[in-house]
Design a protein around this ligand. Structure first.
Ligand code: FAD
Length: 621
C-alpha cells in the first residue's frame, strides 16, 4: 500500500480502536511489572522465589520421566525433520500418556497438571524435538483446551474436553492471508441462519499450527457488525469448529525452514455450518478471548526455548573443551569464553523468568499479562542469540546437519535443526514488535487513564480544567514520592551483596524510567503512539529490570535449597546477567536522549518511495 495513502490514518485508527475495545481494561490483581513502570519496586511480589509444592513436584517429575522414556524409545527427531512426519505410533503413544490433556482438569478426564508441570513437560520435549513440542503446546496452550477450560459453558466442556484425553488434536485459528498482526483485516465471516440456530462460516485461515490434522479448532470469524452510538462496531467471535463438518478443507500444507513435523498451511471454510452453542465467551468477544488465552498461553514458549537453550549449553560445554585450535581448547580463547559466560547467565535468567511466571500463573494472585508478554519477548530473543552463538562456537559443524555429522562418525549435535526450528518463535504468538507495542500500551495505561479526559476536546472545557487540576495534584505527589526514599529499600537492605547492589539499581532505575516515560508522554502526547522506537526503548529497559529482579530472586532461592554447591554459582550467574543488563539499560537511556530516529525515518520514507532503487544494482532479480 502506498504509504502516503490518505486512508492510512483512518485504517490505523480503526485497527487501534478494535484492539482497544478488546483489551482487558481492568487490573483486578497487582502486577509486578505495572508497578515497575510506575516507579515502584514491589519486591515482595517476587521474593522469596516461590517453591513448587512437594506433592506437585513429584507429580511433575514422575510424568517427565514417563515422557522422556517414551520419547527416547520411540521418537527420532532427525527422522521427523527429514520425513516431515511425527509418526502415528508416536502421536498415539503420547495420547496414551495423556499428553494431549496435560492441562485439562481431572474432572474432564484430563491430567490436571499445574501450569508449572505442564511447562516443565514442554521444556523437556522442546530440548529433544521442536516439532513435537509445538504440536503439543499449540494444541493446549492456545488450542481448544485452554480457552474452553477458561471460558466454556459446562455443556461445552463436558462435550469436548474428554476427547483430548483420547488424543484429539486442536488448534487456534486467527491468522488469515490478509490478517496477521492486525485482526481488523480479518475476512472470514460467520453469518447467522434465519432461525438463528446456526452460523455459516466462509473464508480462509493461514498457518494454523496443527490445522491440517486437527479434529477441533477455535475459529475466529466476523459476525454481523453492531451499531453503537451511531458507529458500526466490528464483531469478532470465537467458534468451536469440528473439522469433520462439511465445507471444511485443509487445502494446502505449507513447508517451512524448520518445525518440519508440524502440519499447517491453508484452511478453507466453505459454508461450514456451526451451531450457535459453539460460540465461546459470547458474540463479539473473540479478540478478548484471544488476549485472555494468550496471557497464560504465552508462558509455554519461554519454557520451550529455555529447554532448547539448555541443550545448547550442554553442546558448547562439551565442544569448547574438546575442540583445540591455536594450541588451546576453543573455550579458553577469550572471544569464545565471553560467549560461554553470557550464554550461561542468559539461560539462567530465562529459567528464572519461566519458572517465576509459571508459578504466578498457578497461584492466580497476580495479573500476569505484562509478565507473560515480557517472558515471551525476552526468552525468544535471548534464546535465538544463544542458539546463534552455539552455531558460531560449533564453527562449520554448526552448519552441518545432525545426520550428516553422525554419518561421518561425529556426535550428531542438532544445532542446525534447532537453528531452523527456533527462529519462528520471534514471530508466533505475537511478533517481537507487537509484544513491545502491547507492553508499552499497558505500561502507559495508568497515565493514559488519568490524562485522557484532559486531552479529549469533546469533553466540556470546565470538566477538563477540573480534571487537569486534580491530575496536577496527583502528579505533584507522584513526583515527590519518586524522589523520596521508598519502602522498597527496607526490603532490599538485608539482601547479600551483589544482589543488594543490583536490586538497588533496579529500584532507582524504575523511578528514572517512570519519570522519563511521563515526560515523553507530555512532550509527544498522542504522537507517542507512532514513535515506536521510543516506546520500544521503554519496554526494553522495563524488561531488563523485570528479568534482573527475577534472576536475583531466583539466585537467592538456591542458597536455601539442598543444592548448596550450586548456590554460589547461581549468584554468580545472576550477578553477570544483571551487570550486562545494566550496560544495556545505560545504552538505551542514552538512545532515548540522543538517537538517529529522525534521520532513519527520512531514509525509510525515501526508501519506500523508491529513492534507493539504484542501490539494488547488478543483482539477479
Ligand atoms: C510456523 C507458524 C505457526 C503459526 N501458528 C499459528 C496459529 O496456530 N494460529 C494462528 O492464528 N496463527 C499462527 N501463525 C501466524 C502468526 O501468528 C503470524 O505469522 C504472526 O501473527 C504475524 O503475522 P504475519 O506473519 O502476517 O506478519 P504481519 O502482521 O504482516 O507483520 C509483518 C512484519 O511487520 C511487523 N508489524 C506488523 N504490524 C506492526 C505494527 N503495528 N508496528 C510495528 N511493526 C509491525 C511485524 O512485527 C512483522 O515483523 C503461525 C505462523 C507460523 C509461521
Amino acid at each position: 500500500m502506498d504509504m502516503f495513502d490518505k486512508n492510512i490514518g483512518k485504517e490505523k485508527l480503526a485497527s487501534l480502536e478494535l484492539a482497544e475495545a478488546s483489551r482487558e481494561k481492568e487490573w483486578n490483581y497487582p502486577s509486578f511489572v505495572r508497578e515497575l513502570f510506575h516507579g515502584r519496586l514491589p519486591w515482595n511480589l517476587i521474593y522469596p522465589f516461590p517453591e513448587q509444592p512437594e506433592a506437585d513436584k513429584e507429580i511433575g517429575t514422575e510424568y517427565l520421566e514417563k515422557l522422556e522414556g517414551f520419547l527416547r524409545a520411540h521418537l527420532d527427531p532427525d527422522e521427523v525433520d527429514k520425513s516431515g512426519e511425527i509418526p502415528y505410533e508416536v502421536i498415539k503413544g503420547l495420547a496414551d500418556l495423556g499428553a494431549f490433556a496435560m492441562k485439562i482438569p481431572q474432572e474432564y478426564d484430563g491430567l490436571g497438571l499445574s501450569q508449572l508441570n505442564y511447562n516443565r513437560a514442554i521444556h523437556l520435549i522442546a530440548s529433544y524435538c521442536g516439532s513435537t513440542a509445538v504440536l503439543l503446546s499449540a494444541h493446549q496452550s492456545i488450542g481448544v483446551p485452554t480457552p474452553l477450560s477458561l471460558f466454556g459453558t459446562e455443556e461445552q466442556k463436558k462435550k469436548y474436553l474428554p476427547r483430548f484425553r483420547k488424543g484429539a488434536i486442536s488448534g487456534f485459528a486467527l491468522t488469515e492471508p490478509d490478517a496477521g498482526s492486525d485482526p481488523r483485516t480479518m475476512k472470514t465471516s460467520a453469518t447467522p441462519t434465519e432461525d438463528g440456530k446456526y452460523y455459516i462460516i466462509n473464508g480462509e485461515k493461514l498457518w494454523i499450527t496443527n490445522g491440517n490434522i486437527a479434529d477441533i479448532l477455535i475459529v475466529m470469524a466476523q459476525t454481523p457488525a453492531k451499531i453503537e452510538k451511531g458507529k458500526e462496531k466490528k464483531q469478532i467471535t470465537a467458534f468451536i469448529v469440528e473439522t469433520n463438518t462439511p465445507g471444511f478443507q485443509a487445502a494446502y500444507r505449507s513447508s517451512f525452514m524448520g518445525l518440519h513435523g508440524v502440519k499447517l498451511g491453508l484452511l478453507k471454510f466453505n459454508n461450514v455450518r456451526v451451531p450457535r452453542e459453539n460460540i465461546l465467551l459470547g458474540e463479539g468477544q473473540g479478540l478478548k478471548l484471544a488476549f485472555l488465552t494468550l496471557n497464560t498461553g504465552r508462558l509455554t514458549v519461554p519454557a520451550a526455548v529455555a529447554g532448547m537453550s539448555k541443550l545448547c549449553l550442554m553442546i558448547v560445554r562439551k565442544w569448547s573443551k574438546e575442540r583445540r585450535q591455536w594450541g588451546l581448547p576453543i573455550g579458553e580463547h577469550e572471544l569464545v569464553a565471553s560467549k560461554l559466560a553470557a550464554m550461561s547467565a542468559n539461560t539462567f535468567a530465562m529459567d528464572a523468568v519461566t519458572w517465576l511466571t509459571s508459578h504466578m500463573a498457578d497461584a492466580k494472585k497476580l495479573d500476569i499479562r505484562l509478565e507473560a508478554a515480557m517472558a515471551k519477548l525476552f526468552c525468544t530473543e535471548t534464546s535465538w542469540k544463544v542458539i546463534d552463538d552455539t552455531f558460531q562456537i560449533r564453527g562449520g559443524r554448526g552448519f552441518e546437519t545432525s545426520p550428516s555429522l553422525k554419518g561421518r562418525g561425529e556426535a550428531g549435535y542438532p544445532v542446525e535443526r534447532m537453528f531452523r526450528d527456533s527462529r519462528v518463535n520471534l514471530i508466533i504468538e505475537g511478533t517481537s514488535q507487537i509484544m513491545r507495542l502491547f507492553i508499552a500500551r499497558e505500561a502507559l495505561d495508568l497515565h493514559l487513564k488519568r490524562i485522557i479526559s484532559i486531552m479529549d476536546t469533546k469533553v466540556p472545557i470546565l470538566k477538563r480544567i477540573k480534571d487537569a487540576l486534580s491530575v496536577g495534584i496527583y502528579y505533584l505527589f507522584w513526583f515527590l514520592r519518586l524522589w523520596l526514599p521508598s519502602f522498597a529499600l527496607r526490603d532490599i537492605a538485608h539482601l547479600p551483596i551483589p544482589i543488594k547492589k543490583h536490586m538497588l539499581f533496579v529500584q532507582q532505575t524504575t523511578k528514572r524510567l517512570a519519570m522519563t516515560m511521563f515526560l515523553k508522554m507530555l512532550i509527544h502526547q498522542q504522537r507517542l503512539e507512532s514513535r515506536q522506537n521510543i516506546l520500544a526503548r521503554f519496554v526494553d529497559i522495563g524488561t531488563d529490570l523485570f528479568v534482573m529482579s527475577c534472576a536475583c530472586s531466583y539466585g537467592l532461592s538456591f542458597s536455601k535449597k539442598e543444592l548448596n554447591s550450586q548456590a554460589g554459582s547461581a549468584i554468580e550467574l545472576a550477578d553477570l546477567f544483571c551487570s550486562q543488563a545494566k550496560v544495556r539499560i545505560a545504552r538505551t537511556f542514552e538512545d532515548i536522549r540522543r538517537n538517529q530516529d529522525k534521520a532513519a525515518r527520512r531514509v525509510a520514507q525515501n526508501f519506500l518511495a523508491g529513492g534507493y532503487v539504484w542501490l539494488e544494482n547488478e543483482i539477479i532479480k
